[in-house]
Design a protein around this ligand. Structure first.
Ligand code: NAG
Ligand code: NAG
Length: 339
């Protein structure tokens, strides 16, 4: 039995580490030879009790995570968000490197539309799963769409609970994303708390390799006000640091009477690991968005066109026109119209 267990473990590692890293493992461990001969090991795994755990390691076509690659991609594709860049990169680096994290990674993204919250999410996801947002291990919910009815809270709660349980027990590395997260019903948030906290396991399932991302506009106004103040004091946006925002955002989520997280233990008990502020974008960032979009479409870099489009979006304050009201949101559409 012990040998069989080890075999299944080796098979799990094989799938996790891909063939390349697998050979040294097989060389070191005589028990894994059988698994190697069996190829994917799926036959073996099906036959063994408790195999679910090992099976889970291979789902969703995980790619080997590289902090270097993520950083490179953020440099190329995310503009004007030095804090989000740093915070998300740091968190992911630490979390993905850790073979035995204490709890799942829980991040809360805040800011106005078009500032890059969904954009960075899909970049992160793509660096973990080959298929990105289309991966079977990635679960994207728009709260007002997927859990719309106040009077169906019980149903939504049972549903979401079984989805989280079902998916994580199949694939430990699962990502759950909630857009418009501030609109989650408090009951749903309360239900999720046990999954997010640092328990070893719940009913034999460990949630500690999962990632939860909450996205909302909540706190966006506060971020923009702070930014304006900063700009009026003639400071550079890069001088803003995390401590300028952390308490502000967590207390907004905790106290705002329209927040589903109001008075939630998830916040009181520090279960959310980071509160990521997305700053309002400036002309240069919008322009860079256009250039990046042109590149993505395989078109030549066109500075004039990029300037033209960046000029064309709305800015505030009305007089000075410093910060874009919709960020990069409408850039793609404008490009489509012009081309
Ligand atoms: C996984 O989550 C999806 C929703 O993203 C749900 O439709 C599906 O039933 C879940 N799978 C399991 C096994 O619970
Ligand atoms: C929510 O808070 C706002 C301002 O903070 C206040 O004007 C409004 O009346 C409050 N709504 C409720 C339902 O308490």
């Amino acid at each position: 039995m012990a040998a069989a267990d080890r075999q299944s473990m080796a098979a799990g590692h094989c799938m996790l580490l891909l063939a390349l890293l697998c050979s040294p493992v097989t060389a070191l461990d005589p028990y894994s030879v059988g698994a190697a001969i069996l190829g994917t090991g799926s036959v073996l795994i099906k036959a063994l009790p408790g195999s679910q755990y090992f099976m889970s390691r291979s789902c969703g076509e995980e790619t080997p995570f590289s902090g270097y690659d993520l950083e490179k991609e953020l440099n190329e594709k995310l503009f004007g968000q030095h804090l989000a860049h740093k915070l998300v990169l740091q968190s992911l680096r630490g979390f993905m490197k850790n073979k035995n994290p204490r709890k799942p990674l829980v991040m809360s993204f805040h800011g106005w539309t078009g500032t890059g919250k969904n954009h960075i999410t899909s970049i992160v996801v793509k660096n973990i799963f080959k298929l990105g947002m289309a991966s079977e291990s990635v679960h994207f919910f728009v709260v007002t769409l997927h859990f719309p009815h106040e009077d169906h809270v019980r149903l939504h709660k049972d549903q979401l609970k079984s989805w989280i349980q079902g998916n994580v027990s199949r694939c430990e590395r699962s990502i759950f994303i909630f857009d418009e997260a501030d609109k989650l019903h408090p009951e749903l948030i309360r239900m999720m708390k046990s999954f997010l906290d640092n328990y070893n396991n719940i009913d034999g399932v460990s949630y500690r390799r999962a990632i939860f991302i909450f996205i909302s506009n909540l706190g966006g106004d506060l971020i923009n006000q702070k930014m304006l103040k900063f700009w009026k004091a003639k400071k550079k946006r890069e001088e803003l640091v995390y401590s300028d925002f952390e308490d502000m955002l967590s207390s907004e989520l905790f106290n705002n009477n329209e927040s589903g997280f109001r008075q939630s233990e998830i916040i009181a008990k520090d279960i959310i690991d980071i509160y990521v502020p997305f700053l309002p974008l400036e002309f240069i960032h919008v322009k860079n968005c256009v250039l990046a979009e042109l590149k993505r479409m395989g078109l030549p870099e066109d500075e004039t066109l990029a300037m033209e489009i960046a000029e064309d979006v709305g800015y505030f304050p009305k007089e000075e026109r410093i910060f874009s009201t919709k960020g990069c949101r409408s850039v793609g559409k404008k490009l489509d119209q012009l081309l």
